[in-house]
Design a protein around this ligand. Structure first.
Ligand SMILES: *Cc1c(COP(=O)(O)O)cnc(C)c1O
Length: 359
């Protein structure tokens, strides 16, 4: 059994993937080839925003988004500690300070009610993370950000394909960032990511920063990066995007089925709670239990792969260590969460077997 089964997916779309790759090999435009624009246009339509900018990774999407908004040393950026390192790392890399706000104990996303107390005169942006494939509560976050004139960046690395009150993840704030790391809901065969925005100026800045701050050939008004997506990754993602809506539906069905099975057993295990108005893509199917170590041992002995997302909140990571903030809920949950195998090709038989091991 696999935690994420990329081979099953490849077996299904082998012909289109191979055709798409062959087309790139034939035209030979490996950097910014025609597949980049094609993918950007398809993804912008899918998400329902004006601009998609294809990038080298989800981490670079966060970095480039913050650079486009002018985040600089001394600035503060409000975010959640209950996330992958990239969210805090990119803030720190720009010399800004991650200001951590505790999470909601039900959805595990940043608690909108605790953000106001964290705003100072140095706050320059808010970065909610849509964890495990469920969007953070963007309406109150955007309202508060509007009051203070702050931009909001969604870290949607895990949530592409999820919806919030009928709108797609990555269309919910100033900039949406996502990742196409192979195991994400829409994954490539290597690293890549994207930014989404309706703001023309921000989109132009992101495009320039992606390509060494260049506005025309060999003319560089600003410092940028090499943060371009490879043409081959765009070609692969175009093939995968065709089946993505079906895969999202399969994820939702399997995620809901996991929860029904587990809840019907009346076990002392917390299943994911999808907030009203949300749909989740279950990038991770994550449970919480005070008996985590025991359960993990049972699963490992039976050959079921598991993962912990994430064993430490970012404030406890040596690279970002701080005791400045009250993050009690994130710290408790980091000691309880664990994730089960989850991908669109997981069989009901495997799911039944996994759930039987939890009792
Ligand atoms: C995966 C992930 C990232 C980073 O994406 P990469 O493409 O691996 O750089 C950022 N934030 C979150 C929440 C993630 O899960």
């Amino acid at each position: 059994m696999k935690f994420v089964d990329l081979n099953a997916q490849y077996a299904r779309i082998e012909v289109t993937i191979n055709q798409r790759i062959q087309q790139v090999l034939n035209h030979g435009q490996y950097i910014m080839g025609p597949e980049i624009e094609e993918l950007e246009s398809r993804l912008a339509d899918f998400v329902g925003v004006k601009h998609c900018i294809a990038l080298s990774s989800g981490t670079d999407a966060l970095l480039v988004a913050m650079m486009a908004l002018g985040i600089a040393p001394g600035d503060e950026v409000i975010t959640t500690p209950f996330t992958f390192i990239a969210t805090g790392e990119t803030i720190a890399l720009l010399g800004a300070k991650p200001v951590f706000v505790d999470i909601d104990p039900v959805t595990y996303n940043i608690d909108p009610n605790k953000i106001r107390a964290a705003v100072t005169s140095r706050t320059k942006a808010i970065i909610p993370v849509s964890l495990y494939g469920q969007c953070a509560d963007f309406d109150p976050i955007n309202r508060l950000a509007g009051e203070y004139g702050l931009p909001v960046i969604e870290d949607g690395a895990q949530s592409l394909g999820a919806t919030y009150r009928g709108r797609q993840s990555c269309a919910l704030s100033t900039i949406g960032c996502t990742s196409f790391f192979p195991s994400k809901p829409l994954g490539g065969y290597g690293d890549s990511g994207a930014c989404f925005t309706n703001d023309d100026k921000v989109a132009t800045l992101i495009r320039e920063i992606r390509n060494h701050g260049q506005d025309r050939r060999y003319h560089h008004p600003r410092i940028g990066l090499n943060a371009r997506m490879d043409t081959l990754q765009a070609a692969i993602l175009l093939a995968k995007l065709e089946i993505f809506p079906e895969e999202v539906a399969a994820r939702q069905r399997l995620g809901d089925r996991y929860s029904e099975l587990i809840n019907s057993k009346g076990l002392p295990i917390a299943t994911p709670v999808i907030a009203e108005g949300n749909t989740s893509v279950y990038a991770q199917y994550t449970l919480a239990s005070t008996e985590r170590e025991l359960l993990l041992e049972k699963l490992h002995k039976a050959g079921v792969p598991t993962a912990i997302h994430y064993p430490l909140p970012l404030n406890r990571q040596p690279a970002l260590f701080t005791e400045e903030f009250d993050l009690g809920i994130a710290e408790i949950l980091a000691g309880r969460v664990f994730s089960l195998p989850m991908h669109p090709y997981l069989s009901e038989e495997d799911q039944d077997r996994i759930v039987a091991l939890l009792a």
